[in-house]
Design a protein around this ligand. Structure first.
Ligand code: CO
Length: 162
């Protein structure tokens, strides 16, 4: 199958501040997009990529923190515990890193590419990636989380070009 790199939407784009819609069709078109997202994430040296970052307002993301790829479609966080604070970045915000507090462990319920529901538990970096990518599906960027946690609620919208 032909895979293709997709352009990664930058954080200055309104699209990244919108809520994504559920995925309802589990077909070849979806699989092609997921394959492209994986290729785009690896090429950019990222550990996660959400559909809005390739211009699609659909509730899905790919993650690979070094243990193999996982695709999460229509994901929901169903349980969290503990907390961790660490530096976070995003392929849509090149060169920007900020401390963000996240749960130490999360349990996520999601569908796979065939529509089958499953549960996945993540801790440490994997938990952070799950939270970060699911935030993208609600139009929330990691810098907004960081700033909220520092007590300043800021919607990141127009950032000068670096
Ligand atoms: Co991101």
């Amino acid at each position: 199958m032909d895979m293709a790199l997709r352009n990664i939407v930058k954080d200055t784009d309104e699209l990244l501040h919108k809520k994504s819609r559920p995925v309802t069709e589990f077909n070849q078109k979806l699989w092609d997009v997921l394959d492209d997202m994986a290729q785009t994430m690896y090429k950019a040296d990222g550990v996660g990529l959400a559909a809005p970052q390739v211009g699609l307002l659909r509730r899905m993301a790919v993650i690979d923190v070094g243990d193999g790829i996982i695709e999460i479609i229509n994901p929901e966080i169903i349980e969290t515990s503990g907390s961790q604070t660490g530096q976070e970045g995003c392929l849509s915000s090149p060169g920007v890193y900020m401390d963000v507090e996240r749960p130490m462990k999360v349990t996520v319920r999601a569908q796979d590419r065939n529509g089958k529901w499953f549960e996945v538990k993540g801790k440490e970096l994997f938990a952070r990636a799950l939270c970060h990518e699911i935030d993208h599906l609600d139009g929330i960027l990691f810098m907004e989380r960081a700033k909220e946690q520092q007590g300043t609620v800021v919607k990141v919208r127009r950032i000068p070009k670096r």
